[in-house]
Every structure is written in structure tokens, then in C-alpha cells.
Write a protein that binds this ligand. Structure first.
Ligand code: 5AD
Length: 510
């Protein structure tokens, strides 16, 4: 049986696309290899959102191309956003690449590999499916995918290992943020019919998934192409920022009652309208955490970024959300050193971070990207200044997160256990509704994976919490099977249909 290996760079959308590639390849008769050097087909699923990510990929391609000189039978596939962005140019940059595959062309992967096996020259397939968008769906063990209508969930469902899953709702982006390459690598917005989304979630839940994260580049601009959604409470037909996202959330909550937690990423602040706030207030399935990228706290910079909101509008919108749900946590993305960003602009960003009180922050140094409008602006903030601003930004965000985590010591929290922690430390780890990472002790010998347990927080770490399983939860938990579960961070070949646990991330750098 031919063996494959996939390396994933970048965002959740890429993690999701890689999952689907695993399934497409397994269904076509491939088996996974942990070691790319032992694989017949090596796929690099790439990210081009920042220059650093792209450089990382190119050095990996270089390494593999060199390896290929002595192992010419290996097939090297470059997929994802760099593939879409560079297309044919990648073939001239590296002679080792056999296939360049765009994000919309993943279903064609086995067929293209067959062509290469028959001796086809290097291929480039980077075509957006604008006319008839296809949405990648979890595949199930019975040979089917989740049904495309809202009927019965697939049967029999696959044995799911990870209790969390990503589900696509839309792809592409119609915003034109001046720094961002995504509209060029992922194409214009295309939405998935709501019945299809519901069916996939229902299938996953019946297979054991507890938490779903809805994915989209601007996930809350969602509109149902099949016009099946009732207007959500609070939705104003006259508001140009209104979408049908709140209506979608309500339909999921009503039609998949077995779902324990629902998250979404990444929303755009413009579409944080009253209908979405109402949905958060009404739906207990929605997690008490929203990641809402702000990018800058300076109006001058926001304008040059073409973000289409002001600082005051952002603060007012997230303020209304938190006013309805005071225990909700906010996290965000911020770019430092955007062209023309002065010390005053940056100070405004720091003050916004404090004003909103973000409890998670991904900070990035601006890097110029091909095709983007900001290329016309001089990249004039020196690299050392960008690094310094990023360090100051992280200092503030760590202080805010630290104070928040410290405040939770002694409290009781409900944790969705995602997997086993590292050996020799704690038995299990998972997340609260607000997305705090919790390491749970006092559960030795118990099988907590996929369960929501009550814990008592005993200590705050820098980015996470330590906890003890509550007495009640310990009494209710089931014992581990005789053969101990394999910790999620120990890679092992997966049998067909097995799913991979997703990484837990709270703060990052750029
Ligand atoms: N430079 C730096 N950061 C960027 N991002 C997007 N484009 C760039 C760029 N050119 C960041 C934004 C976005 C996150 C996914 O990546 O903060 O929200």
C-alpha cells in the first residue's frame, strides 16, 4: 500500500484541509507514514499569510527536494495557499515538486497522483470552484460522507478519537484588508448550504464529537445560499453589516441538541451585529469565548488597513457583547509595524488591549505580501522597532492573561477533556468554555477523554491552569480500559477513520 505524509503550516482552515486530505488519501488506498522520508507521497499544506510562514515552507521544500535527488520515486506535493499564490512559478523555483494543488482542488488529489504515477510531468491544479463550490466534508467509515441534506446522520459512524472538530461554513473572503493575501489565495466568498452544515455536525456528534468550531475567513458574514434560514431575532434587514450567521447558529442549536459546545473562527468585527449578540445571550451551546481580530487600536492605521471600522465602533460592538455576557472572554489578532505606524499609533493599540482586556492575543510583525494593496505603502517601520513593539504587546497581553488566570484559582470550572497530557505531568488536559487551557490532576486511572468534567482550579501557570478533578466528577468518571490510551501528542499511524486531536493554542508570535 502506498504511504503518505502530510505536514501542515498555518491556520485552522489548513488544519481542516489537511484532515480532509488524510481522508481522501486513505479512501484511495494510501496509509499514513509518520516519517516523510519513509513516505511515497509527501504533502506540504502551506500558508502564505506572513512572509515567515512562506519562508518556512520554502526551506522545507528545499530539504525534501535534496532528499528526492537520491529517492526519485518520492512524489512531492505542495498544497494550500502558497500553491494557489505561486502556481506554476513553484515548479521553476524547485525542480523537486511534482504537484502544485490549490485549496479548492483537494478532492482531485488521488486522481492527480495516479496521473503522476503513470508518468505525467509536474502538474499544477489551482482552480477556484466559483460556479459550483465544493465544501470538504468529514468522511465516515461506512464509505460515505456526511449527507448533503438535513436527513439522517451517516451510519455507522466512524469511531472518533478527538472530541473536537472543525466544520466549514464558507470559504474565500470579500474583504480587502490592505495587508492580507487571503482574498487572492482563497478566492471570493462562497457559502455552504445550511442543511449541509447541519448534516455534517449531526454526523460528527453521532460519532462522538462534543465540540465543533465553525470555520470561515469571515465566518460571521455567512448567508445561506439555499435561503432556508428564518430571520434571527435582532436581525435588521436595513443593516448592511447584517448576515445570516446568527440564524445559522440558532439552527445548529435547535437541530443538533447533542452538541455540547459550539465555537467559530474567525469573525469580522463589522458583522458583530445585534442578532449575533442575541444569539450569544440565548444559546447555551455557544462557548463563552470569541476571537475577534482587531489588528490595531489606531484609527489612522485601521483606515490604511481598510478594516472598515473605527476603534470606537470595535469597542462599542464587543462592549455590547460583554454587557450581555459578562463572563465572556475575548481574544484577538494584532499586527505591529504596519506601514506608517508611529509610536503614538502603537500606544493606541496598547491602550485598546488594556481597555478591552483581551485574554488571548496573537501578535504579528507586519510583512509585505504579494498582490496586497499595502504593497504600495513603504514598509517603513524598522525590523528592530517591530520586534520591540511585539515584545511590549506580549508583555501587556501576558499581564492581562496572568491576572485573569490568577483570579480563577479556587474556582470550579467545567472542562471538556481533549486528550491525555504529557507523561509524567498530569493525566489529562482540556479547555473551559472560555478557552482557558486546564491540566487536570487527580484522575489517574480514569478515562476522561471527550467528557465534560467539573474541576477545582489549584494553580495558575503562565498560559494555562492546573486543576484537580472534583469529588463528584471523580465518582462519575469511568475507568481507563486495561490497555492505556495513547497520549494525543504521541504520533502513531492512524487506522482508517481515526481522527487526530487538534493542538490547543492560546497565544502566539509572528
Ligand atoms: N503581515 C503580518 N500579519 C498578517 N496577518 C495577515 N496578514 C499579515 C501580514 N501581511 C495576520 C492578521 C490576521 C492573522 C491571521 O495574520 O493579524 O488576523
Amino acid at each position: 500500500m502506498p504511504r503518505y505524509a502530510i505536514t501542515t503550516f498555518g491556520c485552522q482552515m489548513n488544519v481542516h484541509d489537511s484532515e480532509r486530505m488524510h481522508e481522501v488519501l486513505r479512501r484511495a488506498g494510501y496509509t499514513e507514514s509518520d516519517d516523510p522520508r519513509a513516505a511515497d507521497v509527501v504533502v506540504l499544506n502551506t500558508c502564505s499569510v506572513r512572509e515567515k510562514a512562506e519562508q518556512k515552507l520554502l526551506s522545507e521544500v528545499g530539504r525534501l527536494a535534496k532528499w528526492k535527488q537520491t529517492h526519485p520515486e518520492m512524489v512531492l506535493v505542495v498544497a494550500g495557499c502558497v500553491a494557489q499564490q505561486e502556481g506554476e512559478k513553484l515548479l521553476t523555483r524547485s525542480s523537486g515538486i511534482d504537484l502544485v494543488l490549490g485549496p479548492d482542488n483537494i478532492p482531485e488529489l488521488p486522481r492527480l497522483l495516479d496521473d503522476i504515477g503513470l508518468g505525467a510531468p509536474p502538474l499544477v491544479r489551482t482552480v477556484f470552484d466559483l460556479e459550483a463550490p465544493r465544501f470538504l466534508t468529514a468522511l465516515f467509515d461506512d464509505g460515505g460522507s456526511a449527507p448533503t441534506s438535513g436527513d439522517a446522520p451517516p451510519s455507522p459512524p466512524v469511531a472518533v478519537r478527538a472530541p473536537t472538530a472543525y466544520v466549514t461554513t464558507m470559504k474565500g473572503c470579500n474583504e480587502r484588508c490592505s495587508f492580507c493575501i487571503v482574498p487572492y489565495t482563497r478566492g471570493p466568498e462562497r457559502y455552504r448550504p445550511s442543511a449541509e452544515i447541519i448534516a455534517e455536525i449531526a454526523g460528527l456528534v453521532s460519532a462522538g464529537v462534543r465540540e465543533v468550531t465553525l470555520l470561515g475567513q469571515t465566518v460571521n458574514s455567512y448567508r445561506d445560499p439555499s435561503s432556508e434560514l428564518a430571520r434571527a431575532p435582532g436581525a435588521s434587514p436595513d443593516d448592511p453589516d447584517e448576515s445570516e450567521f446568527a440564524a445559522l447558529l440558532r439552527r445548529i442549536a435547535a437541530e443538533v441538541p447533542g452538541l455540547a459546545r459550539l465555537r467559530y473562527t474567525s469573525p469580522h468585527p463589522r458583522h458583530l451585529t445585534p442578532s449575533l449578540i442575541e444569539a450569544h445571550a440565548d444559546l447555551s451551546v455557544l462557548a463563552r469565548h470569541v476571537h475577534m481580530p482587531v489588528q490595531s487600536g489606531s484609527d489612522r492605521v485601521l483606515k490604511r488597513m481598510i478594516r472598515r471600522y473605527t476603534r470606537a465602533e470595535y469597542v462599542a460592538r464587543v462592549g455590547s457583547l460583554v454587557a450581555r455576557l459578562p463572563d465572556l472572554s475575548l481574544s484577538t489578532d494584532i499586527i505591529v509595524g504596519f506601514p506608517g505606524e508611529t509610536e503614538d499609533d502603537f500606544a493606541a493599540t496598547l491602550s485598546l488591549v488594556r481597555e478591552v482586556g483581551f485574554r488571548g492575543l496573537f501578535g504579528f510583525k507586519y510583512s509585505q505580501r504579494p498582490y496586497t494593496p499595502a504593497r504600495k505603502l513603504a514598509d517603513d517601520v524598522p525590523e528592530a522597532e517591530k520586534s520591540e513593539r511585539l515584545a511590549r504587546l506580549f508583555e501587556v497581553s501576558e499581564e492581562l492573561l496572568g491576572a485573569h488566570l490568577q483570579g480563577l484559582v479556587g474556582s470550579r470550572q467545567r472542562v471538556l477533556v481533549e486528550g491525555a497530557g504529557k507523561e509524567g505531568t498530569n493525566a489529562w488536559s482540556g479547555r473551559t468554555e472560555r478557552n482557558e487551557i486546564v491540566h487536570v490532576a487527580g484522575a489517574e486511572g480514569l478515562d476522561l477523554r471527550g467528557t465534560i468534567v467539573e474541576v477545582v482550579i489549584t494553580r495558575a501557570n503562565k498560559h494555562s491552569l492546573q486543576a484537580e478533578l472534583s469529588e463528584e466528577a471523580r465518582a462519575a468518571a469511568k475507568p481507563l480500559p486495561v490497555v492505556p490510551a495513547v497520549p494525543v501528542d504521541t504520533p502513531k499511524p492512524r487506522a482508517a477513520g481515526e481522527r487526530r486531536s487538534l493542538p490547543i493554542v492560546v497565544a502566539g508570535g509572528g
